[in-house]
Write a protein that binds this ligand. Structure first.
Ligand SMILES: Cc1cc2nc3c(=O)[nH]c(=O)nc-3n(C[C@H](O)[C@H](O)[C@H](O)COP(=O)(O)OP(=O)(O)OC[C@H]3O[C@@H](n4cnc5c(N)ncnc54)[C@H](O)[C@@H]3O)c2cc1C
Length: 309
């Protein structure tokens, strides 16, 4: 039986694998190869890696795992359950199974994207979800906040840290009267009428075209439409989770189910790669400690041989 199976080979899963590998644990990382930021061209805000292509970060991480007893497998986990004999059983998409004493889910999340004509070629270039990741590159430019939920006004106001020229588009959703007042105070322009399409050239947004026929010139779009889950493995295992907060985790990334940890975006804390990596490391330390405790307990309770002499 393996010490740990890690589901997900993004910053969270690979960071956990590095720490566990260095603790001399036998680890398998299973990864479906669909990182959340695949559309992005540069990872920002990651200490020592600001501006690195996201896939390059993963390649370096995978290379640096080579000295350790960590196996990287390209596979999707379709089911996970507690095993009768102790530990956990995970089922892969080719129907094979792995058994491990501990399980770390680092499966990330999915983003709800604007369903607006013209969005796809702009995504990751001049259309982004996170101003902390890509706001600096769009600073002082005419921005559009595309947001349709109750947090729309706060999101648009946040963008004014990067540019004084922000237009909030709610694409047909009305605003609450107190939001209108707050947006006016913050200097944010508002359009609540439906958007027809986004127009741009070679990934660069040029204008937002409204259904009534007029267009407004903009250089970058930030959207705020919420996130979804990448699967239901945590729920299959009985971990407490909900749509808003993701999987509930404690201070050491442990879940409500003993033996199961969740790190990275899946627990919906701060959704940045460096935070995901830190959570992976924190989970790994706790997992290793729990294994050490279990090994000591097994030694203490093991039947002793007959006394000598
Ligand atoms: C367009 C975009 C740009 C971004 N830019 C930045 C940025 O500049 N700076 C920054 O800090 N953050 C950025 N982020 C956020 C960053 O991508 C995430 O915070 C980070 O990737 C989270 O890491 P993670 O390991 O939790 O999840 P992920 O990186 O999403 O990795 C999860 C992995 O688990 C795999 N997986 C899921 N389910 C299964 C399964 N059942 N079996 C096997 N494998 C599975 C997935 O295929 C994926 O490879 C950006 C996000 C997006 C969408």
């Amino acid at each position: 039986m393996l010490d740990v199976v890690i589901v997900g080979g993004g910053p969270a899963g690979l960071s956990a694998a590095l720490v566990l590998g260095r603790c001399r644990r036998r680890v398998v990382v299973l990864d479906a190869g669909r990182p959340r930021n695949a559309a992005s061209h540069a990872l920002h805000g990651f200490l020592t890696r600001d501006g690195t292509p996201p896939l390059e970060l993963l390649t370096i991480a995978r290379e640096q795992l080579r000295p350790y007893a960590v196996e990287l497998v390209d596979a999707e986990v379709v089911a996970a359950r507690r095993h009768d004999g102790g530990g956990f059983e995970v089922e892969l998409d080719d129907a094979s199974r792995l058994f491990a004493r501990r399980l770390l889910l680092a499966t990330g999340i999915t983003d709800r994207l604007p369903e607006v004509e013209g969005f796809a070629p702009l995504y990751g270039r001049s259309a982004h979800h996170c101003p902390f990741c890509d706001g600096w590159e769009a600073r002082d430019r005419p921005l559009v906040a595309y947001a349709r939920d109750p947090g729309a006004a706060d999101f648009a106001l946040l963008l004014t840290s990067w540019s004084r020229d922000v237009l909030l588009c709610t694409d047909g959703r009305p605003l609450a009267p107190d939001d209108e007042a707050r947006l006016a105070a913050g200097g944010v322009a508002v359009r609540t009428d439906p958007v027809a399409r986004l127009e741009g050239h070679r990934g660069q947004l040029e204008r937002v075209v409204f259904a009534r026929g007029d267009a407004v010139a903009r250089r970058a779009l930030f959207f705020h439409l919420g996130t979804g889950s990448t699967g239901d493995l945590a729920a299959q295992l009985g971990c407490r989770c909900d749509d808003a907060a993701g999987v509930h985790t404690g201070a050491r990334e442990e879940t409500s189910e003993p033996g199961v940890w969740v790190a990275g975006d899946a627990s919906k804390d701060v959704l940045l790669a460096i935070v995901a990596a830190a959570e992976g490391a924190r989970a790994a330390v706790d997992i290793h400690r729990s294994l050490v405790r279990e090994e000591l307990e097994a030694r203490l309770t093991a039947p002793r041989g007959p006394p000598r002499g």
